[in-house]
Design a protein around this ligand. Structure first.
Ligand code: SF4
Length: 189
């Protein structure tokens, strides 16, 4: 299969998922970008839950993202928490209501509906291939990868757990499953 065909399938799936996302967000009196910001904050680590990181991930200006965050805060879907060490940094944390919306909205209802018709072993194989395609595209794309911590060149597995050589801080088993704005793939990977 050529990359053109792969692109066409991904485009059509993306259209289906986006269309469902518009319906889901309208039902919650939100815009799709609000749901995307909530989702991002549910999967990012503590170095990436800032206004700047959300704007980079969504590909928006800081001003536009600031409006998104303001609305989500007014709706009590997230709260702002000052960093305990660096007073200039503010973390954006989902509230229980924000987490509930994410749990209800992901995966997309259209994928949920197809799940029982798709054998588990095929789902696993497809997931692995899509993951590989995503990693390859992230590596060749000259932008921040926002990939999962355990694939980062700064992540070091130690006897007691994990350690980030960039921030010089220990990482929990959960930390290494989250995405990070500082992520970099190993040079040889
Ligand atoms: S190891 Fe990499 S991805 Fe993980 S926290 Fe450090 S910089 Fe971020």
């Amino acid at each position: 299969m050529s990359m053109l065909e792969i692109h066409q399938f991904l485009e059509r799936l993306g259209n289906l998922i986006r269309s469902q996302g518009r319906r889901t967000s309208a039902g919650l009196d939100l815009q799709p970008v609000h749901l995307n910001a909530l989702y991002y904050l549910s999967i990012c680590n503590r170095y990436s839950d800032t206004l700047l990181a959300v704007s980079e991930y969504l590909g928006q200006t800081r001003g536009t993202t600031s409006q998104t965050i303001k609305l989500l805060e007014q709706r009590r879907l997230l709260t702002k928490k000052p960093d305990p060490v660096d007073g200039r940094v503010t973390h954006l944390k989902l509230t229980a209501s924000g987490r509930k919306i994410v749990l209800q909205s992901w995966p997309s209802p259209v994928l949920k509906a197809a799940e029982s018709l798709f054998p588990v072993d095929q789902q696993d194989a497809l997931r692995d291939q899509l993951k590989q395609l995503l990693h390859t595209c992230q590596k060749v794309n000259d932008q921040k990868t926002f990939a999962i911590c355990h694939s980062c060149r700064h992540n070091e597995k130690q006897a007691g757990g994990y350690f980030c050589r960039l921030t010089q801080e220990p990482l929990s088993p959960e930390d290494v499953t989250l995405i990070c704005r500082e992520h970099e793939f190993p040079q040889s990977a």
